[in-house]
Design a protein around this ligand. Structure first.
Ligand code: NAP
Length: 272
């Protein structure tokens, strides 16, 4: 799988990572064992970056358990998400416990109390517990504030939504990230599942076969990764087969403008 440098963080990350929202929010031996299998397959397939958050219920813990004994093989991107300083400290303590004492990409979730959270994260950075700092938001209305934070020089990556039916970040955010040399993680890369599960006839994918595309989900991921401003896409899945399928979209050749336009047209036709 191709690796890209996450901004100026010094971290090389795979272009296909994995989210954990909803998919890893489970309790109970059988359900948790199944998520450990998803992580097994992900690591075997080159998906070594995992994104989580204290907002995702049990997901941070389940991911930490799945990485037990092999934490050094993974790049953990998690988040702090609270307006309350004491709760923030509790979230840091829990995450550092789940992830053997360090977090690779620590993000301010939805920009909540971002000034204070960045102060705290910078202190953890000085102590070697946080390797890089980022900020996330899912809403278009928050992108101007996110761009202000990008310009402070205090973060090395952002996490934003982007897919063929949600291209707002192309207007200002991606050009700014590229200009500042920031890493870009893509949330909702397959439209929270609705895009990936659209019924695109397989013969419509024939023109993309020379790019190694076998499935519609792979076409969506390669569409994103063919934008050189994108560092990594983090589709969530509870299905080991989907993890393997998604990983296979992480190698060149990348699409050119004609193939990218074609994927947008398919998305509009079958999922728009
Ligand atoms: N504000 C924030 O910071 C924020 C907001 C949103 C998301 N995020 C992060 O970004 C991650 C990704 O976003 P998301 O989970 O909202 O949406 P997503 O990754 O676009 O969609 C996840 C859904 O896609 C399905 N899927 C994945 N691969 C598939 C495949 N190959 N074929 C068919 N279906 C497939 C999964 O179902 P199956 O289980 O059936 O595969 C799952 O239901 C999140 O998990 C989270 O880590 C962050």
């Amino acid at each position: 799988m191709e690796q890209r440098r996450l901004g100026t963080s010094g971290l090389d990350v795979p272009v296909v990572g994995m989210g954990t929202w909803k998919t890893f929010d489970v309790r109970g031996a059988a359900a948790e064992r199944r998520r450990h299998q998803v992580v097994d397959v992900a690591l075997e397939s080159g998906i070594t970056l995992f994104d989580s958050s204290p907002m995702y219920g049990e997901a941070e813990r389940v991911l930490g358990d799945a990485l037990r004994g092999r934490r050094d093989r993974a790049i953990v991107a998690t988040k702090v998400w609270t307006p309350d300083d004491r709760e923030a400290e509790a979230q840091f303590r829990r995450a550092l416990g789940y992830y053997d004492g360090w977090v690779d990409v620590y993000q301010v979730h939805n920009l909540v109390a971002w000034r204070t959270r960045l102060d705290q994260l910078e202190r953890f950075g000085d102590e070697g517990k946080v390797r890089s700092i980022g900020a996330t938001h899912y809403a278009h209305s928050a992108l101007p504030e996110l761009m202000d934070i990008m310009c402070t020089g205090r973060i090395t990556s952002i996490q934003v939504p982007y897919n063929p039916l949600d291209r707002e970040v192309e207007r200002e955010v991606l050009p700014l990230a590229a200009g500042l040399g920031l890493g870009v993680l893509i949330m909702r890369p397959v439209g929270q599942g609705t895009l990936a599960k659209a019924r695109v006839p397989v013969e419509q994918l024939d023109p993309l076969a020379p790019f190694g595309i076998r499935t519609w989900a792979q076409a969506l991921l390669k569409w994103l990764l063919s934008d050189p401003r994108v560092t990594t896409a983090i589709p969530a899945t509870a299905n080991p087969d989907h993890a393997r399928e998604n990983a296979a979209a992480g190698d060149p050749p990348w699409f050119g403008p004609a193939e990218r336009d074609y994927v947008v047209r398919l998305a509009q036709q079958y999922a728009g």
